[in-house]
Design a protein around this ligand. Structure first.
Ligand code: ADP
Length: 686
């Protein structure tokens, strides 16, 4: 059984080791599904505990539905935009980031209308140079102010190669370009506007599940590093002439903009910590154009201008569940950078998470090998709680994103395998045990049948005299008793003064012994007819005491001293009452006859009972007779083995057959007093 269990454990151990290796391989290869799963658990953290810090420095100017209704369809003529930016820049903001790209000239400029329609120019006698260009008007509105325009990266033909950046970027400690998002094309603004502003990439890229989580700070466009709208805005407001990049192992570690240090740059692609309501000061462009705003609203603020009107602006899903316009997403990202509340996922986390998975695997392997299903379940609960606790505390206290998903799934898989294989093993073990038990039972039945057959066969083969002597053996005792009691009764009757009270108990005893003879015959007949006897719950101690009384009654005059040591807490046993009396009588009679072989006057017979460690009732009958030689012990239970002149040699053979039919055993041991101790066991009655 032990080897069976050991084999099952080692099989499960192999499965657990294979699962552990698979999970490690998944962790290292990090396929898309695992990544999305991880990012979704990060979303849960943000949903439960969204960002609460918000700067008052940012003001949003929205070209919203009202503005479009008032000023007409988008894109607006740039003279209108110039009017808008004049009003904003007139209040001296720290910076104006325009989340729009102006890659083409404004066709509605009068100069362009004339240029594009020479016939009309001739007719109206107009010359291009006398007419205004709205792009020039817009450029002059922006000139001399801290304005950042958007740019868009993509794949395709380079519009104006090579790309010159207006910003100087220096790298320290290594080249980070290979780790930045790579593009070969950038959609730039028209020259007039590029000359008077600075630009940053304003692309927003959601992940495959449509949620935006990270925002690149720098881009690699054909080998040139281009900053994002946020980095360019930060550079401007910090009066930095260059962007200093510090690398470690060729990965971006730090971005320095004059005195401003952006530490949590997450290798150039930081995680935005979103707040649920992006309740920044928002102004409709229409209000600015109609002059209905406070004239200090933009002073020293960072203004972000963009389109939010439905149908034109893109809205993207965020981890906190809200759908935000690009303008709001840029605002939240910039806000994170200003308030140092970006989320962090240091590269060391990969190794820590890998070690954590290994640790979970090892713990499960050890617990599964040494302990049972309960310990495995406790380990499962503890590991789940540990994973949740570690990752949520890192999020709350360090704004750090520790992967919870893979450890949780791994813990669950390890638990299910450990427990289910445990169950399967247990079931298989029980099935095997049951099979063995049934087999043993069958073997036992076969042995009993063999013994009984042997007995019947021998009886059948032997003479009628032997058979009758076997019956006589059983009936001898009650008949002798009846004879003795009848003699006694006759003596009483012969006396003149007949005393009814004296004769009554003698007659009762005769009746009792006659009953006993009758019962013996009935039991022999029943057993012969059905091969089975009726079993019931019996108080064994009580039967022993009754048998002692019957025995002493039947050996009138020569009382034999029988000592008892009966367990008081003995449970009921399962046996046939008459047959049990028969067995006890056989053993007591044999013991008495054995003691008669040795002449001494301190003979003693002891009958004891107890519940043995195997959960059976054990009865022991010890005598002070001559004991048994090894040869005798060998043949003792065989039918017709006898050393007595008048013996039949059937008593022990019948007794053993009876006891074994009940599921017990009958055997003999030597005892300390030199005699024999016959012991038999009986099953408990449940
Ligand atoms: P029988 O009593 O008719 O001989 P049993 O089967 O009861 O038949 O006993 C077989 C033999 O076992 C006896 O003849 C005797 O030699 C031996 N025997 C039985 N009980 C004892 C005992 N308590 N002490 C010594 N020998 C015993």
């Amino acid at each position: 059984m032990l080897t069976f269990a050991t084999k099952a454990v080692s099989k499960t151990t192999t499965i657990l080791v294979v699962v552990l290796l698979c999970v490690i391989a998944l962790k290292v290869s990090d396929p898309w599904a695992i990544r999305i799963l991880r990012h979704n658990t990060f979303d849960v953290f943000q949903k439960i505990n969204p960002n609460q810090t918000r700067t008052e420095e940012i003001v949003l100017v929205e070209i919203d539905e009202t503005s479009l209704k008032a000023k007409g369809q988008w894109p607006w003529q740039r003279n209108i935009l110039a009017e808008l930016t004049d009003n904003i820049l007139g209040q001296s903001p720290r910076a104006l980031a325009i989340d729009i790209v102006f890659p083409e000239l404004d066709r509605t400029s009068p100069s362009l209308i004339i240029e594009n329609n020479p016939a009309l120019a001739r007719q109206l006698k107009l010359h291009k140079h006398n007419l205004p260009s709205y792009d020039d008007i817009f450029a002059s509105s922006l000139q001399g102010h801290p304005v950042i325009l958007g740019m868009a990266t993509g794949y395709g033909t380079d519009q104006r190669a090579p790309i010159e950046t207006t910003t100087s970027i220096t790298m320290y400690g290594g080249d980070v370009r290979s780790t930045l998002p790579r593009f070969n094309y950038v959609l730039r603004n028209i020259e007039q506007l590029e000359k008077v502003t600075t630009q940053g990439v304003n692309n927003l890229a959601a992940e495959r599940d449509g949620i935006i989580r990270q925002l690149p700070l720098l881009y690699n466009v054909n080998g040139t590093i281009i900053p994002s709208l946020e980095i360019e805005t930060l550079r401007l407001i910090n009066d930095a002439t260059e962007i200093k990049l510090t690398a470690e192992n060729n990965k971006l570690k730090n971005i320095e903009l004059n005195s401003f240090n952006l530490a949590k740059s997450n290798r150039g692609k930081p995680w935005i910590y979103f707040s649920k309501n992006s309740d920044y000061s928002k102004v409709s462009a229409n209000d600015i154009l109609t002059g209905t705003i406070n004239n200090t609203l933009f002073r020293d603020k960072i203004v972000i201008l963009g389109v939010t009107a439905l149908g034109i602006a893109d809205y993207t899903l965020t981890p906190v569940g809200s759908n935000l316009s690009g303008l709001e997403i840029h605002a939240q990202a910039l806000d994170n950078m200003l308030t140092n509340s970006l989320l962090e996922r240091p590269s060391s986390f990969f190794w820590i998470e890998l070690s954590y998975l290994l640790l979970i695997g090892i713990i499960f392997l050890v617990v599964h090998k040494r302990h049972g299903a309960l310990e495995v379940t406790v380990t499962f609960a503890v590991m789940c709680w540990a994973s949740v606790l570690i990752s949520s505390s890192l999020f709350v206290f360090r704004s750090a994103l520790f992967d919870l998903s893979l450890p949780l799934i791994f813990t669950l898989i390890m638990f299910v395998i450990s427990v289910s294989t445990g169950f399967v093993t247990e079931q298989a073990r029980r099935r095997k045990e049951a099979k063995i038990a049934t087999q043993k039972e069958r073997e036992k039945e076969a042995r009993i049948r063999k013994l009984q057959n042997e007995l019947l066969h021998t009886i059948g083969k032997s003479s009628v005299q032997k058979l009758s002597s076997s019956i006589a053996h059983e009936l001898n005792q009650p008949l002798a008793a009846i004879y003795n009691f009848t003699n006694a009764a006759k003596k009483i009757l012969d006396k003149d003064n007949l005393d009814q009270e004296t004769i009554k108990p003698v007659l009762e005893k005769i009746l009792k012994q006659a009953d006993r003879g009758n019962e013996i015959l009935r039991t022999i007949r029943d057993a012969a007819e059905t091969g089975k006897s009726h079993l019931s719950a019996l108080n064994i101690n009580k039967i022993i005491l009754e048998e002692i009384e019957l025995f002493n009654d039947s050996s009138l005059g020569e009382k034999f001293y029988i000592k008892t040591d009966l367990s008081l807490e003995l449970p009921n046993g399962t046996a046939n009452e008459i047959q049990l009396h028969q067995v006890l009588l056989n053993l007591i009679r044999n013991a008495k006859q054995a003691t008669e072989e040795i002449d001494r006057n301190d003979h003693e017979l002891l009958i004891s009972t107890r519940e043995n460690p195997k959960g059976m009732i054990e009865v022991a009958i010890s005598d002070t007779g001559p004991g048994l030689t090894p040869d005798q012990k060998k043949d003792l239970f065989k039918p017709f083995f006898t050393t007595k002149e008048q013996g039949t040699g059937l008593g022990l053979a019948i007794s053993r057959s009876i006891i074994e039919a009940w599921g017990g055993n009958l055997w003999v041991e030597d005892n300390k007093k030199g005699g024999a101790t016959f012991k038999f066991t009986l099953p408990l009655n449940h």
